[in-house]
Design a protein around this ligand. Sequence first.
Ligand code: MF3
Ligand code: CO
Ligand code: CO
Length: 254
Amino acid sequence: MTVTIKTADEQDKMRVAGRLAADVLDMIGEYVRPGITTGELDEICHKFITEVQGAIPAPLNYRGFPKSICTSVNHVVCHGIPGDRVLKAGDALNIDITVIKDGFHGDTSRMFFAGKPTIQAQRLSQIAYEGMWLGIEQLAAGKRLGDVGAAIQQHVEKHRCSVVREYCGHGIGRIFHEDPQVLHYGTAGTGLELRAGMTLTVEPMVNAGKASVRLLPDGWTVVTKDHSLSAQWEHTVLITDSGFEVLTLGADDR
Ligand code: MF3
Ligand code: CO
Ligand code: CO
């Protein structure tokens, strides 16, 4: 396992990439409403990333992924492919943006709702959001990755939801998915010891039902096996001596 430590200059580049990824989510929010297709959301983001930001949408052609963003609706856990699906009132979706700027990646996702969210979707999104933040708050030099996973898992399971096991957070930098793997479950005090200068994502996928997932024949779309709702939030974070710096905060959070 090779975990890269970013230099001060590389950290600055990660800050820029992270900010751009967050800006895309800030931009797209107003377009998420009943009647729009996920493919149209993809086109709007693609144009913004390439023409306004002068950046590269990292998912496009990544291991054969055909679009520039991921749109994961309702029981889709992650890696949903934008297409002809028309959003209807009450749909909950995760939009996951990764951009490359000056050679470095910024990766972030949020939940959005078309029209008025259902109570269940609102609650699940809230639990995933809180889980992500409880995980992030564990991050500091000297802490261990198991501390992150345990904090998330305890919160999610306390609310009788489940943490997806097959997909995890990751180191990030010049490479989209670097070491280490950041599991969203685990045991406190175990696992890799964190060091200042590491950059990684925390991105728990939380299911309302069972944790099991299934991969659709398109080779990308991951769904809950029991068709229960799933929610996810993601930030890219820099480890510092005193704690952490979130690189993908939205305008409302900074
Ligand atoms: N952005 C996703 C993540 O958080 C990865 C998407 S890979 C893709 O790691 F190919 F589906 F875009
Ligand atoms: Co990620
Ligand atoms: Co992502």
